[in-house]
Write a protein that binds this ligand. Structure first.
Ligand code: FES
Ligand code: FE2
Length: 386
């Protein structure tokens, strides 16, 4: 199926009641088009700040049909560059590193500073001569990508044509204000031992769609449903760039009895509230009074997605060793919930190969947020075509 035909089908279904056509989940060419156009034109999470923990840390991220490097330079600044040398285009970084002073190309040993500026060009003027009159090194910085950090998520906008980051994230912060208060994201600390990842054999969009409904809770997550039941869930879907679900009876019982600090404004009553927005396109976010999590969806292929999860807790004391058991318990609890979802999304992916499936149908009450994601997606595709 051609990309052109698929994009037309999506645009035509904008006002329809069914889901997206099968091809947007299973077509290789469409996946490539979607990565380089639609996803690259939005703020897109590629990693966590904690992936580059100190000055000199470099992490390579292959995503959206290209290779990027995240670099933490001086003053804690994180920058993102295309992973390519300005000389003959060799890929610069093959593996991550934590103590780089410079980034050195493995081919002819040109070196770049951590801010991307060109530092050294050995023998450029002939053997033993490292400068050349007609070569201006200031013209050959690494190609930098606009990036922003929010809740330790490193967002990039590859095509540099997305809306401003503030207008992207402000509506979500406003929604969460009654929960986490004025201090908002500032009070959270990423947990170095709060990371996990899993690869699912599914298109990234099915992971978003699954996250946006609690309809499957009693069947797929009986354990979670016991303390966060379907009957206590609600949906929100009136913003532009996110939708989600929340619950009003969040009250898990931990075996570890060390109590975690709650975010500043979380009242006793509000503590039972937890919200789970999907921040389009690829962030699944969860916020409870005592911790938050982010799941990054990194599309690997039309039928493969790397899911990376990071936990965050409240305040500097939350990183203390004494809380390691509690952090682990929470991480493991989420691991089993997210693993329960794998069969669901992989099963939907397999179902997309059935030619008679036409996008399906949504329940009239429980899947408005999923439909909201489809409408967002349809708008983005339509904008690409104009
Ligand atoms: S390609 Fe990098 S130094 Fe030549
Ligand atoms: Fe689920």
């Amino acid at each position: 199926m051609s990309v052109k035909k698929l994009t037309k089908d999506i645009a035509n279904s904008a006002s329809g009641t069914s889901g997206l056509p099968n091809g947007v989940y299973i077509d290789k060419d469409y996946f490539s088009w979607e990565s380089k156009n639609l996803l690259a034109s939005n703020w897109f999470g590629i990693g966590f700040g904690i992936d580059v923990p100190q000055s000199g840390s470099i992490k390579k991220v292959d995503v959206l049909g290209t290779s990027l490097i995240m670099v933490r330079g001086e003053n804690e600044t994180i920058r993102v560059f295309y992973n390519v040398c300005r000389h003959r285009g060799r890929q610069l970084v093959d593996r991550e590193c934590d103590q780089a002073k410079l980034i050195r190309c493995p081919y002819h040993a040109w070196t770049y500073r951590l801010d991307g500026s060109l530092n050294g060009t050995p023998h450029i003027g002939g053997a033993g001569i490292h400068k050349a009159d007609d070569f201006d090194p200031t013209q050959y910085k690494l190609f930098e990508v606009p990036c922003k950090i929010w809740m330790d998520i490193v967002f990039v906008n590859l095509n540099a044509n997305a809306e401003s980051f503030d207008s992207f994230i402000d509506p979500l912060e406003a929604r969460l204000l009654p929960l986490w208060g004025e201090s908002g994201p500032n009070q959270y600390r990423p947990a170095a031992d709060g990371l996990m990842s899993m690869e699912v054999k599914s298109n990234w969009k099915l992971a978003v769609e699954n996250y946006l409904e609690a309809y499957h809770l009693p069947i797929i997550h009986p354990g979670l449903n016991s303390y966060s039941p379907l009957s206590k869930h609600y949906l929100f879907h009136d913003a532009e760039n996110f939708a989600g679900q929340g619950v009003t009876s969040y009250n898990p019982q931990y075996n570890n009895d060390i109590v975690l600090t709650s975010a500043s404004s979380w009242s006793q009553q509000v503590k039972l509230t937890a919200e789970y927005p999907a921040i389009y396109p690829n962030i699944l976010f969860g916020i409870q009074h005592d911790h938050a999590f982010t799941m990054l969806l990194l599309p690997v292929a039309e039928n493969r997605t790397l899911e990376r999860v990071q936990l965050q807790f409240v305040g500097d004391a939350s990183t203390d060793n004494a809380l390691a058991g509690t952090r682990k318990e929470i991480l493991e609890a989420w691991r089993s919930v997210f693993q329960e979802d794998v069969g669901a999304v992989e099963g939907m992916q397999a179902g997309r190969h059935c030619d008679v499936f036409d996008g399906g149908v949504f329940t009239p009450t429980l899947e408005h947020a999923t439909k909201h994601f489809h409408r967002w997606y349809e708008r983005k595709v339509t904008a690409m075509l104009n």
